[in-house]
Ligand binder design. Structure first.
Ligand code: MN
Length: 267
């Protein structure tokens, strides 16, 4: 089995190398990742500038490794369509520093990379740990290995996208594993005027968009609640954002618009 490992924390991120090293036990591992941190870019793809790719020395010996001057999704596209054409069986993004829960999946570069692989019809897994300092990678690397092994044994469907989150605790403090729904975690995003030099860069004013405090909804069965309870959360995702609830309730709107526009061809 050949596994592509990528991330959004950049080519030097220790979580990605811990995962790559573990996966080497059962697979040939390839690393193609952004040359710098790209957290929060979601599924963004670079269309207006060329992408330079540099072969780099792997942090773990024996792994073919490339740094891409682009986003996580760019890295997946370049890997699957150019560098490692037809070689890859499974794509794993992570291990991300910081959880990707609830609404985070929309802007997460880690999940974005996994989505890109999923769009190409490959099974994809995103793995994140809920902390930014003193990370415990042991359980996360182990679950990456176990999921890859399950896939290799034919026990996971090919059409699968899993968003895995772990609390940042040593393995003996984990309380279980739960298959979850996306919860609701929203941030009050604040736009802050840069404080250095009174918000002026020497030429112009500038602004920082920063995350405010997350607002948690700890509904039962959600990824957020599982993490709060020190469980590993696994959420199956797909790319259909269609709201089935509103689909039927919009029939009235459709017929009104159709009448107002007065065209037979629209009804
Ligand atoms: Mn990240």
């Amino acid at each position: 089995m050949n596994i592509l490992v990528t991330n959004d924390d950049g080519i030097a991120a220790p979580g990605m190398w811990a995962l790559a090293e573990e996966l080497q036990k059962i697979a040939e591992v390839f690393v193609v990742a952004p040359d710098r941190e790209q957290s929060g870019v979601g599924t963004s793809v670079t269309l207006h500038q060329p992408l330079r790719v540099t072969p780099v020395r792997p942090a773990v010996p024996g792994i073919e490794t490339y740094a891409v001057e682009g986003t996580p999704a760019d890295s997946v596209i370049i890997a699957l369509k150019m560098l490692l054409k037809d070689k890859i069986d499974l794509v794993i993004a992570g291990i991300n520093e910081g959880s990707n829960l609830g609404n985070d999946v929309i802007i997460s570069g880690t999940v974005g990379a996994a989505f890109q692989a999923y769009f190409y019809g490959l099974p994809a897994i995103a793995i994140s740990i809920g902390a930014f300092h003193d990370l415990h990678f042991e359980a996360a690397t182990r679950i990456g290995l176990l999921l890859a092994q399950q896939y290799a044994d034919g026990k996971l469907p090919r059409r699968i996208l899993l968003n895995v989150n772990l609390p940042n605790v040593p393995p003996d403090q984990l309380t279980g594993v739960e298959i979850t729904q996306l919860g609701e975690r929203s941030y009050t995003d604040a736009v802050k005027r840069g404080s250095v030099k009174a918000g002026h860069d020497g030429k112009r004013d500038y602004y920082w968009i920063v995350h405010g405090e997350p607002q948690w909804k700890e509904d039962k069965g959600t990824d957020i609640r599982a993490i709060m309870q020190k469980k590993i959360s696994i959420t199956p995702l797909h790319n259909d954002l269609t709201s089935q609830e509103q689909f039927e309730s919009l029939e009235g709107l459709r017929s009104l618009l159709s009448k107002e526009l007065g065209s037979g061809s629209l009804s």
